[in-house]
Write a protein that binds this ligand. Structure first.
Ligand SMILES: O=C(O)[C@@H](CO)OP(=O)(O)O
Length: 254
């Protein structure tokens, strides 16, 4: 029997999605479509009668704006929004800013798929010569983290994402859920995949085939031991959701 519910969602479409570039820790804003998606999610949850108690976001604007827009559309703007770097998108290291289709041309589609979706492959690290290095590491938001700047990642596999996320899930988010709070996590494609791998008990091989659409709330129902009681549900028009998943998958095609 389900004891707890939690929503996990990937933020609305980001500006760089249209340019097909690895965005990761670069603080891109939502695209116009992304804004619409976030508002639509809020309307969907409102119509279903959900009342949120707390929303967790990353430190990146696209995840925070998604939370704001969603809460506004629900008429629940007063709900606390808690931000943490531990929900940030996976750090794509030296791949940040590169175009996925161009990468596929140079390295092959399979290699790009492995970089994007495998569990334990870590891309080459970012270093000071990278065009976005200073923009990321000089950003004041990263001096507010629970680890000092030099220990923030320079590149991550999905496994690394789960390792930095899980202590926050266990220590901060789970206690809220246990207190009876309805929690929504406004994260990123890969921080949400890491969390879903953990919650749904997916194998390292199975997570490769999980791609999340933008701006789609995923409802997870859990028993008292935080084990899922039914398959996760992607809420909304199922045809549109499948099309949105294919759009993300096809980003690495030539
Ligand atoms: O650009 C990124 O950081 C992510 C999406 O947030 O890309 P991908 O879908 O390729 O993992």
């Amino acid at each position: 029997m389900s004891k707890y519910k939690v929503f996990v969602m990937r933020h609305g479409e980001g500006a760089w999605t249209k340019e097909n570039r690895f965005c990761s820790w670069v603080d891109q804003r939502l695209s116009e479509d992304g804004v619409k998606e976030a508002l639509a999610c809020g309307h969907l949850l409102k119509e279903a009668g959900y009342q949120l108690d707390v929303v967790f976001t990353s430190l990146l604007s696209r995840s925070i704006h998604t939370a704001w827009l969603l809460l506004e559309a629900m008429g629940q703007e007063w709900v606390p929004v808690v931000r943490t770097w531990r929900l940030n998108e996976r750090h794509y290291g030296a791949l940040i800013g590169l175009n996925r289709a161009e990468m596929a041309l140079n390295h092959g589609e399979e290699q790009v798929k492995q970089w994007r979706r495998s569990y334990d492959l870590t891309p080459p690290p970012i270093d000071e010569s990278h065009p976005y290095f200073l923009e990321i590491y000089n950003d004041r938001r990263y001096s507010t983290c629970d680890v000092s700047k030099e220990f923030l990642p320079k590149s991550e596999s999905l496994k690394d994402v789960l390792e930095r996320l899980q202590p926050y899930w266990d220590g901060t988010i789970v206690p809220e859920i246990k207190r009876g709070k309805l929690v929504l996590i406004s994260g990123h494609g890969n921080s949400c995949r890491a969390l879903l791998k953990h919650l749904e008990g997916l194998s390292d091989a199975d997570i490769v085939d999980v791609t999340l659409p933008t701006g789609t709330p995923i409802l997870i129902e859990l028993d008292e031991n935080f084990r899922p009681t039914k398959p996760m549900q992607l809420l909304g028009d199922q045809k549109a959701i499948q099309a949105a998943i294919r759009k993300v998958e096809d980003q690495e095609l030539l």
